[in-house]
Design a protein around this ligand. Sequence first.
Ligand SMILES: C[S@@+](CC[C@H](N)C(=O)[O-])C[C@H]1O[C@@H](n2cnc3c(N)ncnc32)[C@H](O)[C@@H]1O
Length: 194
Amino acid sequence: MTEGRWVGNDIWLHDPTKTTIFGIPIQQKWTDLVIFEKIFNQEKLSCVIEAGTYQAGLSLYLWMHCFQREIEFYTFDMRRPNDEYLQSRLATNLWLEAHFFQENVFDPAGTMFLTLKNHQKHPMLVLCDGGDKVSEFRTFPHYLLSGDIIGVHDWNWEIRTTNVEKTVEKLNLSPYLEAECVRIESMWRFWRLL
Ligand SMILES: C[S@@+](CC[C@H](N)C(=O)[O-])C[C@H]1O[C@@H](n2cnc3c(N)ncnc32)[C@H](O)[C@@H]1O
């Protein structure tokens, strides 16, 4: 992926800062969404946790997957999404707001940590898409159980191999869907705790 591809008439298609889903801002490329279709289809997930809700575009997409498959869903952000999005017709009818927690994801007494530590249902998919992906990836994998999956967004932009290799080695995390992410130029990377 090169920045050059994001200019010109197709900017709406490739630039994750310009993308919407159902009219709701989502900071993802379309190929980032396809990778979740694959994960939900091939894993029997019990819980999905998203760090970094922003305007809840990805949250709504993930929650629709979870709702369909009876998977628990939590999304966290220090800031509340605009009401026009969190209380949009679709989000309201799916009761998305009940799954949103306004808090600092690094608050040790927050719902994010309580959920990571105490959640009984596995496998979990934990998504690092908040404001500090490097710290998120250094923190959250310590709470995974065998079979859980962790993902980071903005790969090679906000976080890269040098930022993850120690944690990956120490915790015995195995790359998951790496070739697929590379092939479709997804900005996500995933690992599974063995
Ligand atoms: C990249 S955006 C999330 C994009 C969203 N997942 C999507 O795909 O549309 C990052 C979000 O992380 C939030 N954030 C930054 N630091 C945070 C923290 N320590 N705790 C909770 N949220 C945080 C910001 O407010 C921002 O909304």
